[in-house]
Design a protein around this ligand. Structure first.
Ligand code: PPE
Length: 311
């Protein structure tokens, strides 16, 4: 078991609260009914100081996620941006290699019962040092994954375009099943049997030089890393196609990889014990990784204005 995450402060609806005091009442609505939405954002060390990756896009998605659940975030994007920068500085994170920001918008304590609308909308933001997601070697060596026996939620059930905590009950089933069976991660299918995404990652498949990824209608989270990789791949001259992917296409692919804020770009080296390609990270995956890591670490021109410097 890894050590618990920790930093100095957590920002809670306007105050910087010492880490160990950042608590909620046990009758907080979100704890009972998953009435909360969140974000995961990474920041990296660059030569020009710490840079947060696509901060504005993540905060926009946070507000959109909340809107779907009729929650109004009581702060503007600009206020949240400034708060996050201040939190990173207060937490003494300016010198770290990389870290993670976790904003959470949730229905707080007032009354119980399914109706959330009487409960106040609260917001908390954590920021802490954080390394790799799927193991230290995963970025180079790739991970072994299984196709989950759990599907992603069907359309018009749990909206996948909202990064709602409720969706992560399903993610936990996918993740636990994979781990207890000796895999690092699971790939979930849609209720129609096509490829959807990992428990916490989008998925890309490379075949004959063309890059495929499932569309929004495959009940995926509209990943910001996914969008970054599509943009980077097209900029590198690749054809990227968003279309439904049959399960068996995974087994005959040349390369498969996950994308996500936490997972970054992680190669998949086997699926259900069938090697992907020759069972190692492929050349296109490697090329996109190096473009992506150079960009987030400020070693490449920030063409699309994706970096927000903390200072
Ligand atoms: N799909 C799911 C289900 C998902 O949770 C994530 C992010 C993505 C796709 C990729 O989205 P993006 O980060 O915008 O590229 N998962 C977040 C939480 C992971 C966790 O274990 O918690 C993350 O990567 O921060």
């Amino acid at each position: 078991m890894g050590s618990a995450i920790k930093a100095k402060y957590i920002w809670m609806s306007g105050d910087f609260v010492p880490w160990e005091d950042a608590k909620v009442h046990v009758l907080t609505h979100a704890l009972h009914y998953a009435s909360s939405v969140f974000e995961g954002i990474r920041f990296y060390r660059t030569d020009k100081g710490l840079a947060i990756f696509r901060l504005r896009d993540h905060l926009t998605r946070l507000i959109d996620s909340a809107k779907i659940y009729r929650m109004e975030v009581p702060y503007s994007i600009v206020e949240l941006e400034e708060t996050i920068k201040a939190l990173i500085i207060k937490n003494d994170l300016l010198g770290v290699e990389m870290g993670y920001i976790r904003p959470l918008v949730y229905r707080g304590y007032h009354s119980l019962g399914v109706n959330p609308m009487e409960c106040p909308v609260e917001i908390a933001i954590a920021a802490y040092e954080w390394g790799k997601y799927l193991g230290d070697d995963a970025i180079e060596e790739g991970v072994d994954v299984m196709v989950s026996s759990w599907n992603r939620a069907a359309p018009n059930t749990f909206p996948s375009m909202s990064k709602s905590t409720g969706n992560y009950a399903n993610s936990q089933l996918i993740k636990m099943e994979a781990l207890v069976n000796g895999y690092e991660e699971g790939i979930a299918l849609t209720s129609f049997g096509t490829v959807s995404e990992g428990s916490g990652e989008n998925i890309f498949v490379v075949k004959k030089g063309v890059i495929y990824t499932p569309p929004y209608e495959a009940c995926i989270l509209p990943g910001i890393t996914r969008d970054s990789v599509i943009t980077i791949a097209r900029d590198s001259g690749y054809e990227v196609v968003e279309k439904h992917i049959p399960r068996e296409f995974l087994y005959i692919a040349d390369e498969v990889f996950f994308t996500g804020t936490a997972a970054e770009i992680t190669p998949i080296r086997s699926i259900d014990r069938i090697p992907v390609g020759d069972g190692r990270r492929g050349p296109i995956t490697r090329e996109l990784q190096s473009y992506f890591f150079d960009l987030v670490k400020g070693k490449r021109e920030d063409k699309w204005g994706w970096l927000t410097y903390v200072k």
